[in-house]
Ligand binder design. Structure first.
Ligand SMILES: [Zn+2]
Length: 430
């Protein structure tokens, strides 16, 4: 779930609670004390909190504007007029790539320091295993997550590698629907890494996800280092690397794919929109969409995957609702310049809302099975329909990276200042 939507729903929930409280208080106050001044006094904290919430919401809405849908479509038309040949598109794509990296403060890229990867608590499941992992994307800056591996080799000498970033849901990496996706892909023959958003839970706590201004840079760098981590396994085939995530994880999916040619197939889910770039610092908090030298949007950034296989999963119930007629045709035109129109597709669920439920996972399983040579038969029943009936979610505690038995290393960085200093030092800027 995107933060803006989350904020809206939280605010709505908050307002609803507020209304309920007012009603309950009114009843109770009327019963206990009908004095109007006391009624007003009881309401004041609620009114104050509601006013503050509305102010915060309006500030965040201004910070992360959602442009009109028509303007998003018009921007794509304007972008589309700047190229008509493959060479012109490649020049534009390079300018965008440079602009994104510069806007994120990732020029030059940090040095690739030793990952110092550690894993523990491997659990054998039905056709796959899960272990808890940490490694350092920068000295002292930890990427935390779970590694899912296929248990059966079945004649395979190498496995595909797939990254699974998550969106802004409360449970994040350990949400059941994220576990189900990773488990299924591992069963199908991929080594899968699900990793935390930066500062999203107790495992990843270097910075405050909501407040840190550089969280987009950390997450993008963490994704690149997560690829380094996957590729450090001898069993992973570098020609079969994929990434898929939803919402904020969709942003990470298409940003990484646009910036890192090692990704060979991408499936951003419910995120690649021409009129909304996500409502969090980790999506639109840095000037990556526009500078003096470039102007782009998420629809175009997703299309920068071309000519590598790309599946856009969209729904009627969020900002991807226009994908079949706006974002997808734009991407297809770019793919056609490469002579690879069949490498891009759109799976649109007109009646569905934001999320990464089973109905959205199924087309992604088919897409990744086809593009990364996975065995779909590992997740299909006798009727050839995809099923996750083998899957059993694990409790959060079993997926936790740092705990009493496995404490956080002492050199783990604390706070925005220390984290930014590590990033700049790794770039040779300090
Ligand atoms: Zn975020």
């Amino acid at each position: 779930m995107c933060l803006v939507d989350g904020d809206v729903s939280k605010l709505q929930m908050f307002r609803n609670i507020g209304f309920r409280q007012v009603k309950e208080n009114e009843t109770q106050l009327f019963y206990n004390s009908p004095n109007p001044a006391q009624v007003m006094n009881a309401r004041l904290p609620i009114l104050f909190i509601t006013a503050i919430s509305m102010l915060v919401f309006s500030l965040s809405a201004n910070a992360f504007p959602k442009i009109p849908e028509e303007e998003g479509a018009r921007n794509l038309e304007i972008f589309g007029k700047t190229f008509s040949t493959l060479e012109e598109w490649q020049t534009r794509a390079k300018r965008n790539r440079d602009g994104i990296l510069k806007g994120a403060g990732l020029v030059p890229l940090p040095a690739r320091s030793p990952l110092n990867a550690h894993s523990h608590s491997s659990k054998e499941m039905d056709g796959y295993s899960v272990e808890n992992v940490h490694f350092e994307s920068l000295p002292g800056f930890f990427v935390t997550g779970n590694l899912y591996r296929p248990l059966r080799k079945g004649g395979l000498s190498k496995f595909a590698g797939i990254l699974c970033p998550h969106g802004h849901s409360k449970e994040g990496r350990v949400a059941e629907y994220t576990q189900a996706r990773c488990a299924s892909l591992a069963r199908m023959g991929a080594i899968v890494f699900a990793y935390d958003m930066v500062g999203w839970n107790e495992d990843s706590n270097h910075v405050d996800h909501r407040k840190d201004k550089n969280v987009f840079a950390y997450q993008t760098w963490n994704s690149m280092r997560a690829l380094d981590y996957l590729l450090s396994f001898r069993e992973v085939d570098p020609s079969r690397i994929g990434v898929t995530g939803e919402s904020g994880g969709g942003t990470q999916t298409f940003m990484l794919t646009a910036l890192d040619p090692r990704v060979r197939a991408a499936a951003p889910v419910v995120m690649a929109s021409a009129h909304f770039y996500g409502g969090c610092n980790c999506e639109s908090g840095m000037p990556v969409h526009e500078s003096k030298t470039h102007k782009t949007n998420n629809a175009e950034i997703a299309a920068m995957a071309a000519p590598r296989p790309l599946l856009l999963v969209s729904v009627g119930g969020d900002w991807t609702k226009n994908t079949p007629k706006v974002e997808f045709p734009y991407a297809r035109r770019i793919y056609s310049l490469f002579g690879s129109s069949s490498n891009v597709d759109n799976f649109h669920l007109a009646d569905e809302k934001h999320g990464y439920e089973f109905s959205k996972r199924k087309p992604v399983y088919r897409f990744l099975a086809k593009t990364l040579k996975l065995r779909l038969s590992q997740v299909t029943g006798d009727d050839d329909e995809i099923t996750e009936k083998f899957f059993k979610p694990l409790p959060k505690e079993k997926l936790q990276v740092f705990n009493k038995e496995h404490p956080r290393p002492k050199h783990s960085l604390i706070g925005s200042e220390a984290s930014l200093a590590a990033l700049r030092k790794a770039q040779g800027k300090l």
